[in-house]
Write a protein that binds this ligand. Structure first.
Ligand SMILES: [Zn+2]
Length: 173
């Protein structure tokens, strides 16, 4: 059986046994996690979130890039259009991890500068090789975004060797 056949077969099982009716578009926990695409660090899985509880934006390294900020601002508009507001009472969680693949290309400025929409100096501030510093940087970027005011922002580091998260930056408004 090919991969797609395997996955659609698993979906048939999911639809039968795990599908939850009546889930809402907005996450029940009013939480958005920004995480890495790495298959070891699926935010819903490692944080034990159930279907519909959290929304997740995943990109390379789980970084708050200018693109990520634009996506969050768009989501705020969506939340407002849906009758809520991605602001007070919401959580934005940056979830990065150890042994991230981006460290393998951390010297590739040609690739990383456009990703972060910055230059050589700005790239150093992104701390690509140091997740704790990167998390602090990205939390600050979210807290400094005027169009996302009101939400609480925090930063977690997931250790791929233990499965545990460490709170690098605790949540504050
Ligand atoms: Zn990663």
């Amino acid at each position: 059986m090919g991969i797609v056949e395997t996955l659609t077969s698993r979906n048939a099982d999911f639809a039968q046994t795990q599908y939850t009716e009546g889930l809402r578009m907005m996450p029940a926990m009013k939480t958005i996690v920004i995480g890495c695409v790495d298959p070891r660090v699926d935010p819903a899985a490692v944080l034990g979130a159930r279907q519909g509880e959290i929304a997740v934006i995943r990109n390379v390294a789980g970084r708050v890039t200018p693109r990520t900020l634009e996506e969050l601002v768009m989501l705020r508009k969506v939340s407002q259009a849906a009758g809520g507001d991605l602001g007070p009472g919401w959580e934005l969680i940056v979830l990065q991890h150890t042994n991230c693949g981006i460290t393998l290309i951390e010297d590739d400025q040609q690739l990383l500068a456009p990703y972060f929409e910055t230059d050589e100096t700005g790239l150093a501030e992104q701390a690509v090789g140091d997740p704790r510093t990167a998390i602090a940087h990205d939390v600050a970027a979210l807290r400094g975004e005027s169009r996302l005011q009101g939400a609480r922002v925090s930063g977690l580091l997931y250790d791929v060797t233990t499965g545990s998260v460490d709170v690098v930056v605790p949540p504050t408004a």
